[in-house]
Design a protein around this ligand. Structure first.
Ligand code: SF4
Length: 350
């Protein structure tokens, strides 16, 4: 049975998207609907199950364990836009996830209650775990068989998205949460992916505003030795020390724990390698900036770790001039690691 007041229920639950941007779900749905009514166009629905950032694997957890709830949320989205007006439903995921989960998804999709979804459903697979193709506008390009590059915004996908149609792009966990909301089972929880130097890595439910320390403790993952964390995504998240754990996780809900004694060269090199590999090459600050940062690091890692001179200029330039969030996000781990970990370590040693 589909609820007729799904938008009110989502609004009342204060549900926010789980892909990382934290945008209110009701506002996004309403804006797509408004645009469709204004333009008289059909609507496209995209399920973003790209999950391209290391350390984030909560969507895989939903696919493994909660497909009925996910499909319930999706059925409500289709009904909300009026099924006759839904041009297509596009499930975007990696070939790895497809290999593992598509048989289960198709079995669920073929059930009678999902008949309105079946003829509209399309699978779109990306090879490996390309990070940029998970960005909502780059993802639309990939589905249109164009380059995996972000689009200039505005117009936003809700106004002019896939094939020029008003398009709803939501993360897979978001549809799952909608399923919980409409069935009265939503407990203001989200999933957290926990990795690194912990006893019990995995995906765990927890209150959406729970603090990092509570999540680590309640999952028996709080380390006994000194450590620090990166939260929200292993490559784009914020690095925090042990005194900064009384805050929510944010982003895509991941926590990676590093042992305090880890070599800073290893930590920073991992980020730089990732961004050099993942830059789409569309804009100069990111294409050249990430490459040059890696060059400077290779030339003199100790000098790099002072975060001064050309290194500082390049990082600041990425923040203000990158075309999309990928390039603009590298400064977050670098700057927070320098400020919250290295600076304190150096002041103790001096
Ligand atoms: S910031 Fe990087 S990923 Fe984004 S458009 Fe520019 S080159 Fe591409």
């Amino acid at each position: 049975m589909l609820s007729k007041n799904v938008l009110n229920l989502i609004k009342k639950a204060k549900l926010r998207g789980r892909g990382g941007a934290d945008f209110p779900v009701d506002l996004k749905w309403q804006s797509v609907k408004n645009q469709a009514e204004k333009s008289g166009q059909s609507v496209a629905i995209v399920i973003n199950c790209s999950e391209g950032e290391p350390g984030v694997f909560k969507d895989a957890h939903v696919l493994e364990n909660y497909l009925p709830e996910f499909f319930l949320g999706l059925r409500h989205a289709v009904e909300f836009f009026s099924k006759e007006k839904v041009f297509g439903i596009y499930f975007f995921t990696s070939t790895d996830y497809a290999k593992e989960f598509l048989p289960k998804i198709e079995k669920e999709l073929n059930k009678n209650e999902n008949s309105a979804l079946q003829k509209r459903w399309h699978n779109h697979l990306k090879s490996g775990h390309s990070y940029i193709s998970g960005e909502e506008s780059a993802l639309l390009n990939v589905i249109e068989f164009s380059l995996a590059e972000p689009r200039l915004k505005p117009p936003y996908p809700s106004e002019k998205g896939l094939f020029g149609l008003p398009t709803l792009v939501n993360n897979l966990e978001t549809f799952y949460n909608v399923g919980l909301v409409v069935s009265g089972k939503f407990k203001k929880e989200r999933f957290y992916s926990i990795t690194g130097a912990v006893k019990n890595p995995g995906v765990y439910p927890g209150l959406e505003d729970a603090n990092i320390e509570d999540i680590l403790k309640s999952t028996n993952n709080f380390p006994f030795t000194d450590f620090f964390v990166i939260v929200g995504g292993d490559m784009s998240g914020e690095v925090l020390n042990q005194k900064q754990l009384k805050r929510p996780v944010g982003g895509a809900g991941s926590i990676r724990v590093y042992p305090a004694k880890i070599n800073p060269r290893q930590v920073v090199r991992e980020w730089l390698d990732f961004y050099v590999a993942e830059t789409c090459g569309h804009c100069t600050p990111c294409r050249e900036g990430t490459f040059r940062l890696l060059e400077l690091f290779k030339k003199d890692p100790d000098d790099f770790l002072k975060f001064k001179g050309e290194v500082r200029n390049l990082i600041d330039n990425l923040s203000v001039s990158s075309f999309c969030a990928l390039g603009a996000s590298l400064p977050t781990p670098l700057n927070s690691y320098a400020k919250n970990i290295l600076k304190i370590k150096n002041s103790k040693n001096s």
